[in-house]
Design a protein. Structure first.
Length: 356
């Protein structure tokens, strides 16, 4: 089968980019002829990136040409899609070109802001989706969101590399309770709430610290907040890490924080669970669809620093709770292994390629 795959690639190592990269490799290993068209390809020439308006032309025009050629030689196209301008510029054109060239397009939609985007733009999204062969989402949360707007979707979950993300052979020492965050430094991820929660938790557990792995526009503001709260000795900014470095970070920690304000199916949470790391997360978006409060993670309200601090203290004080979350969390992520997800994608490709 000749599969056209359209989506972003790292850098940065975002969830959709990593899923695109993994799918391309894993499907090729299954014998499919995979041709990838990158939605975030580098600008050519590089200097164009600094010129607003012009840079869009230099990216979109070559992209449309590549999509047209891809549609001509693919049996089916797998499109990784997101909200906002990403949908209008990079997703919708793929669907329409596939429709014009009579090639099936499977839309694999991702993004925690889908409800807000569809509330404002469903009238623009529907005509394109009506010409797609299938809408696939990674979580029950997004399926519910699309159903609210009269659009049906099937669920095929994200893929987690359970060979790379696996429990450590030994647990970290209990001398200094270490929490980690592996999200971009952006407002939607609520890192300031986690920092304020740490300040509150340290009033009862002084030997507690936080390591933050990621980069982004909020970096300087978050460092100023750390300074204002006198947490310079307790909070470490690690910058952006490679995947093996993230695994090593998880293995050195006692718990992972996900203070996000918007989320669909955060890979960072699933990867932490796969590493045997207890997770404290906000209960936003699709998070309650992938973890259960008190069973596979601890969930707290969005932007509630006192509640997050209480969860941190509870996890610190209760070794049996940490052990239970580690065990159940590790079991829960087995469904995201490639051997579990692969048959669903292959069956979908076969169905629509034959129908075409």
């Amino acid at each position: 089968m000749r599969l056209g795959l359209v989506g972003p690639l790292p850098p940065p190592n975002g969830g959709m980019a990593m899923q695109t990269l993994q799918l391309a490799r894993l499907l090729a290993e299954e014998g499919l002829a995979v041709e990838l068209v990158q939605t975030n390809a580098p600008y050519r020439p590089a200097a164009v990136e600094k010129v607003r308006g012009l840079r869009a032309v230099f990216r979109i025009v070559p992209y449309l040409g590549r999509i047209w050629r891809l549609a001509g030689k693919s049996d089916v196209i797998h499109l990784m899609a997101n909200s906002g301008w990403s949908w209008q510029l990079f997703a919708a054109p793929v669907i329409w070109i596939g429709w014009l060239r009579k090639k099936p397009v499977i839309v694999n939609y991702r993004g925690g802001e889908a409800r807000e985007y569809l509330a404002a733009s469903a009238r623009w999204v529907r005509p394109s989706l009506a010409r797609a062969t299938q809408l696939v989402v990674p979580s029950g949360f997004l399926r519910q969101v699309f159903s609210e707007f009269g659009m049906s979707a099937c669920v095929i979950p994200n893929i987690i590399d359970l060979e790379l993300f696996s429990p450590a052979s030994c647990l970290p020492p209990d001398t200094e309770f270490t929490l980690v965050i592996t999200r971009n430094l952006e407002p939607i991820y609520g890192l300031e709430t986690a920092i304020r929660a740490l300040a509150l938790a340290r009033e009862k557990v002084p030997a507690m610290r936080l390591k933050i792995a990621g980069s982004g526009p909020q970096g300087e503001a978050l460092k100023r907040l750390v300074d204002q709260l006198s947490l310079n000795e307790s909070v470490v900014f690690l910058g952006r890490l490679e995947r093996q470095q993230v695994v090593d970070l998880y293995h050195s920690a006692h718990a992972m924080l996900n203070p996000s304000r918007v989320d669909n199916m955060p890979n960072s949470v699933l990867e932490a669970l796969a590493c045997g790391l207890p997770v404290i997360s906000t209960d936003v978006g699709g998070v309650p669809y992938i973890v259960e409060d008190g069973q596979t993670a601890l969930l707290v309200p969005c932007d509630d620093a006192p509640a997050m601090a209480q969860a941190m203290i509870r996890l610190h004080d209760d070794e049996s709770l940490r052990s239970r979350l580690r065990e159940r969390g590790s079991r829960a992520v087995a469904q995201y292994a490639w051997d579990e997800v692969k048959p669903r994608w292959l069956a979908l490709y076969d169905t629509h390629a034959v129908a075409a």
